[in-house]
Design a protein around this ligand. Structure first.
Ligand code: HEC
Ligand code: HEC
Length: 228
């Protein structure tokens, strides 16, 4: 899949101009929001589409958030400024198609297959996710297992790997609509193993992230629970 380049640098340039001009940044959220809660929310709401090493996520429908912020960190932007940009991205996602009819071109590259919906998380939840991402994106992972999933329980793997952000599965309480509704698709175990291992289209491969046993467990779970 073609992926467009990060828009973060441009967004930060705009924010710093506003700050320099004394306009503030529109007074969005609270950068001191609860980061632990933000990490949980990231895993359930954002991990499906974004790589973020600290969260151990492998989604590839949207930009890799570590890559997006490495350069920004080098340029010395403050965490509070990065927070504002992320908070704003969640409230008003960029990445809507910027089509210029006069020139008949898409200004920001190929049309995305997946768009980031606005208000995936709201209010203090949005601040918590933004504060968490601003505190880790583009930085080396601090200790721990690099966010690797430890559980061997299929239902837990489904939750922790973020499958539910893209797939509806009643048994797991998920209502994602990026990929097929698994209750309707009722995939056989072999198909689940194949898709989770190799990915397809915007579905990322989980090969480096889940062990063969974990992939087997989530496949058992999905093929058994779908449609129930
Ligand atoms: C369904 C997939 C999807 C989900 C879920 C999602 N995003 Fe995104 N996100 C995208 C896409 C696609 C883009 C790229 C927009 C563009 O540039 O065209 C993006 C862009 C971004 C950017 C800007 C990155 C850059 O380099 O320009 C940030 C920051 C971001 N997302 C954070 C989040 C956070 C935080 C969440 C959870 C609250 C989240 N996203 C949930 C798909 C998603
Ligand atoms: C970023 C969104 C995304 C995530 C995360 C994701 N999927 Fe998918 N999945 C898709 C899409 C899109 C398809 C359809 C691919 C195609 O056929 O082009 C798909 C297809 C599938 C299929 C095949 C369904 C069918 O009938 O064709 C299965 C099974 C599946 N996913 C299971 C999972 C499991 C289990 C996980 C977690 C380990 C997961 N997916 C994570 C988006 C996602």
């Amino acid at each position: 899949m073609m992926r467009r380049k990060s828009l973060i640098a441009a967004a930060l340039a705009a924010v710093s101009i506003l700050v320099a001009a004394g306009c503030g940044t529109g007074g969005l959220g609270d950068p001191k929001a609860d980061k632990a809660r933000g990490k949980e929310l990231f895993t359930s709401k954002c991990a499906a589409c974004h790589v973020l090493a600290d969260a151990g996520s492998v989604g590839n429908a949207g930009p890799n958030l570590d890559d997006a912020f490495v350069e920004v960190r080098k340029q010395g932007f403050k965490e509070s400024t990065i927070f504002q940009v992320i908070d704003k991205q969640i409230k008003y996602p960029t990445g809507r198609d910027l089509f210029d009819p006069k020139r008949d071109i898409h200004l920001n590259g190929p049309i995305p297959t997946v768009e980031m919906a606005s208000d995936i998380v709201k209010g203090s939840d949005r601040d918590a996710v933004a504060a968490y991402v601003a505190s880790v994106a583009g930085l080396p992972v601090k200790g721990g297992a690099g966010g690797k999933i430890a559980t061997a329980d299929g239902k837990e793997v489904f939750a922790q790997a973020g499958c539910g952000a893209c797939h509806t599965l009643k048994d797991a309480g998920s209502s994602g609509a990026v990929g097929p509704n698994l209750d309707a698709a009722k995939p056989a175990k072999d198909l689940v193993i194949l898709r989770v291992t190799n990915g397809q289209g915007v579905m990322p491969s989980f090969k480096g992230k889940l062990t063969a046993d974990q992939i087997g467990a989530v496949a058992d779970y999905v093929s058994g629970a779908a449609g129930k």
